[in-house]
Design a protein around this ligand. Structure first.
Ligand code: ARG
Length: 451
């Protein structure tokens, strides 16, 4: 029989281990059993195999599942090994399972079946982190902190506004994962090797049994396409890049004493007893490297492959699974670190006004009073130059005098003083999406509605 020939063809030789994907295929062991079941049910419904034969095969598949991946006979891959295990149990009739299909459409189906579950689980984890960010933000809408550009104090903001900036980014990362999920969630089964089959298969029925949203229509595309790996790895890499920024900020903020990481998310030194290091977040930061490496692994493996199936494909999906695994761990840890961290309100308030961070607010105030913004910018820049740790108000007044400008014509003294206060400065920036507590409350409501 064909099975005997195939098993003989994979009989040995120095390349045996190199050819086999059986170990790595453990990841799709359960998916393959589901795919086998759906295919056999369809074959029976279509009258391609007898009901009794299908029953025998399904019973054998149950035993194979109970025995586990580790109990499979040796084989070129999980698909061959499961088929062998079925035939070992029920004899040649087990060979009917592979009617009207190929391992090419079979593996593509298994990969989509497994990766869609992983993508969905990852999206769920991201949603959990977004909930955490919102919950922490909720209690920090008035916790003023310095905001940075180029790592320099730029303008005061709040911890809530800062955290919600990552919630927004993670909302897009969630959408990207779900978009990848949608295109992954299609069934290639019934494409056979690539050229379809003479049997009267019902591809939609198999897709339905496996919970897919439909079929990948063109049979050559169905067995060859792996862009679902690209998309999912890309979504994971984009997510990891978002998390790496959050992790980097928290490493810096912890270093400055703005935030205290929980001991569960810190590590110590084997030699320096006083150390509390933000190692978990440094690893989260590093996972962006794993993820982009995974994406690159997928892309460079797929690049230039001719139609239709080529064995290169066996080495493509591992990159995507590895990327998704690393990013899932990093997402979980980043969420835990944020959930358990303590924001040091006093240190943040002290730092919020550092480096004349209210300068833009002062210029805005002068401009609101009718001074051209560029003139206001020049006067406040002059104040910043002469400031040198001194009184900001005095510096602004002196700079205005130098420029021959009468400040009183543009602004009340009290308003100027308020603009120099970081908390007032934040409260005044209540534009849509801005850091003012009222604006952030609105953003929190919208985020809660989205999640
Ligand atoms: N294990 C293979 C893979 O992962 C599927 C087998 C198809 N093999 C073949 N020679 N057509 O891609």
């Amino acid at each position: 029989s064909g099975d005997v020939v195939r098993r003989e063809r994979f009989s040995g030789g120095p390349a045996r281990g190199f050819l086999s994907s059986l170990d790595a295929d453990e990841r799709i062991f359960r998916a393959d059993l589901q795919v086998d079941r759906a295919h056999v049910v369809m074959l029976a419904e279509q009258g391609i195999v007898g009901d009794d034969e299908a029953g025998e095969i399904l019973a054998a598949l149950g035993e194979v599942e109970a025995a586990g991946h580790g109990a499979l006979p040796d084989g070129e891959d999980v698909h061959a090994a499961i088929e062998t295990a079925v035939i070992d149990r029920i004899g040649p009739v087990g060979g009917k399972m592979h009617t009207a299909r190929s391992r090419n459409d079979e593996v593509a189906t298994c990969l989509r079946h497994r990766l869609r579950a992983d993508a969905l689980a990852l999206a769920g984890t991201v949603v959990g982190v977004r909930e955490t960010l919102c919950a922490v933000a909720e209690s920090h809408t008035t916790t003023v902190m310095p905001g940075f550009t180029h790592l320099q104090p730029a303008q005061p903001t709040t911890v809530a506004h800062y955290l919600l900036s990552y919630e927004s980014a993670l909302a897009r990362d969630t959408e990207r994962l779900l978009a990848a999920y949608d295109r992954t969630n299609r069934s290639p089964l019934g494409a056979a090797a690539f050229a379809g089959t003479t049997f009267d298969v019902d591809r939609e029925r198999v897709a339905d049994l496996l919970g897919f949203d439909g079929v990948v229509e063109n049979s050559m595309d169905a067995s060859s396409a792996r862009d679902f790996l690209t998309e999912t790895a890309a979504a994971a890499a984009a997510l990891a890049t978002t998390l790496s920024g959050l992790a980097e900020d928290l490493v810096v903020f912890a270093n400055k004493g703005y935030v205290d990481l929980d001991d569960d998310y810190a590590s110590t030194s084997s030699i320096m007893p006083q150390k509390k290091n933000p190692d978990t977040l440094e690893l989260v930061r590093a996972v962006a490297g794993d993820a982009s490496a995974g994406l690159n692994g997928v892309l460079t493996t797929l690049k230039g492959l001719p139609r239709a199936y080529n064995r290169d494909l066996q080495r493509a999906h591992g990159h995507a699974f590895d990327a998704v695994d690393a990013v899932a761990d990093a997402t979980e840890v980043a969420g835990g670190a944020v959930a358990t961290a303590d924001w040091n309100g006093a240190a943040l308030a002290d730092a919020a006004g550092e480096g004349f961070s209210t300068a833009t607010g002062v210029a805005d105030l002068l401009a609101a009073g009718g001074m051209p913004f560029r003139t206001a910018h020049e006067i406040v820049a002059g104040a910043a130059e002469r400031l040198d740790g001194g009184d900001e108000l005095a510096a602004v007044e002196a700079a205005a005098e130098d420029a021959g400008v009468d400040l009183d014509a543009y602004v009340e003294h009290a308003a100027l003083e308020a603009a120099l206060d970081p908390a007032e400065s934040v409260a005044a920036r209540d534009s849509h999406g801005g850091p003012a507590p009222a604006a952030v409350e609105g953003a929190l409501d919208r985020a809660a509605g989205d999640i």
